[in-house]
Design a protein around this ligand. Structure first.
Ligand code: PFF
Ligand code: NA
Length: 460
């Protein structure tokens, strides 16, 4: 077997891991969640979820990858052979359940990057997005043909992912992250600074983003408990946990590694990025609402609608710099998306390579060809329908199931105490005994509750 390659530097690893965590969700999901779920008060369930599930699991995934020096299937099998299937489940679901549509959505962003040049979306941005751009069909069963511009963007995304993952991590993903991430931060800061100076930005930020509405997060009410469950779900998605990505990334860490320190940095910086980007989102929408004279509640939305309908609408209202602002925004989405997409490709390829001792170049090539073909379904006119369905199941059940299994494996099969000892021996910040309790009892219990709640709301 060939020598396993390692990250060239600690910063390189961190930027790659943060690149995976910081994705489309940070930009188009976090702000809206906060808005709906108590504004500033949402930070309480969010930070609690970060502390009780996010950080402990990030430490757990890093520990698993570092200790077993392998992606999930082989890492799990090394602890107990019977767990290998579950090790396959995680990266496979991540690849087929997220990566395929993620690539198509990055393809949308590439199109909109070009549309920004002359605001090709016109005055009615909602109609343009649904009927001119996506040409959404009437039902998920009516594929209705491929939208060629979307296919072009999607293929380009796969080609870029392929070109980056083709090389060993320290040359491919690490180099790419060293370029993408600093650039992403700078561009995001420009976007925030710009948004803050728009007319009507601050009042909207203060009122809708920061003002705490405490009654909304009371866990003893039906709607308040939902807020807590959603906070845990969002923490999982935002930190790329439960799919073995961080296990794969940590498998390339050198022997002496500050596992806890790295986990803290990755998790905290990702959440900080979400929080700061919220200022750009709320500032921009606040400006748009004010200049069109519509209520804020009517202007804001989450997900694709935010990026492809509301933002273009806001750009239409800008007094100057429409083209630059648009290109900047979609470039930020493209870079945040790409750095997450490559982590999904890597986790899946790394799983195959570790288990079967395949050649990296061949594996990455085949996986990207397969992925690209699979993505085609999301470039059809039914794409948005299928995306919603897949996203719903992966988000509500896939990630969290992965998290529960990881806790059981490390907490009970391997034994949390042994994992903790490994962390101590690797060096850096030491783990407290409390982590064992979290991983064995608290985190899995909360995650089971999250799934139970999701099932319950499915049928009620
Ligand atoms: N963490 C990314 C985001 O917040 O957008 C998305 C993501 C990537 C989620 C990879 C899950 C995952 F496995
Ligand atoms: Na994220």
């Amino acid at each position: 077997m060939s020598q396993r390659s390692l990250w060239g530097s600690k910063v390189g690893f961190l930027l790659a891991a943060i690149g995976s965590a910081v994705g489309l969700g940070n930009i188009w999901r976090f702000g809206y969640m906060a808005y709906e779920n108590g504004g500033g008060a949402f930070l309480v369930p969010y930070v609690v979820a970060l502390l009780l599930a996010g950080i402990p699991l990030m430490i757990l995934e890093y520990t698993l990858g570092h200790r077993e020096k392998a992606a999930p299937p082989l890492a799990f099998a090394r602890i107990d052979r019977r767990w290998e299937t579950i090790g396959w489940w995680m990266p496979t679901i991540a690849f087929f359940g997220i990566n395929l549509f993620y690539a198509a959505v990055i393809g949308w962003c590439m199109n909109y990057f070009c549309f920004s040049v002359n605001q090709a979306w016109g005055a009615d941005t909602g109609d343009f997005f649904m009927n001119t751009f996506l040409q959404v069909s009437d039902s998920p069963f009516e594929l209705g043909g491929i939208r060629w511009p979307i296919l072009a963007g999607t293929v380009l995304t796969w080609v870029i992912s392929w070109a980056i993952c083709f090389r060993e991590v320290n040359h491919g993903i690490e180099k790419a992250s060293m370029i993408f991430m600093p650039l992403l931060v700078v561009l995001t800061l420009v976007l925030i600074g710009w948004a803050l100076r728009l007319e009507g930005a601050w009042p909207a930020i203060k009122e809708h983003y920061l003002t705490a509405r405490w009654d909304k997060i009371n866990p003893f009410t039906a709607s308040g408990s939902k807020v807590w469950v959603e906070a845990f779900g969002q923490i999982f998605f935002t930190l790329s946990l439960g799919f073995g990505i961080m296990i794969a990334y940590a498998s390339y860490l050198p022997k002496k590694t500050d596992i806890v320190g790295n986990a803290l940095i990755t998790s905290v910086l990702n959440c900080l990025y979400s929080f700061l980007t919220g200022f750009a989102v709320f500032g921009t929408i606040g400006f748009m609402a004010a200049s069109k004279g519509v209520p804020f509640a009517e202007a804001i939305t989450s997900g694709p609608g935010l990026a492809f309908v509301v933002y273009p609408e806001a750009i239409n209202q800008l007094p100057t710099g429409q083209t630059i602002f648009g290109m900047l925004f979609f470039l930020v989405l493209i870079m945040a998306g790409l750095s997450s997409a490559i982590s999904l490709v890597e986790a899946f390829c790394c799983s195959l390579i570790d288990k079967f001792d395949f050649d990296r170049k061949k594996t990455v090539t085949w996986v990207c060809v397969l992925g690209c073909l699979g993505s085609v379904v999301f470039t059809t006119r039914a794409g948005l329908w299928i995306l919603d369905i897949v996203d719903h199941f992966v988000n509500n059940y896939g990630l969290v199931t992965g998290g529960i299994f990881e806790c059981l494996l490390v907490g009970w099969v391997l034994k949390a105490a042994i994992a903790r000892k490994h962390v101590d021996q690797a060096g850096g910040v030491k783990l407290n005994k409390g982590w064992e309790i979290l991983v064995k009892f608290v985190t899995p219990a909360i995650l089971i509750l999250v799934i139970g709640f999701a099932l319950y709301s499915e049928f009620s």
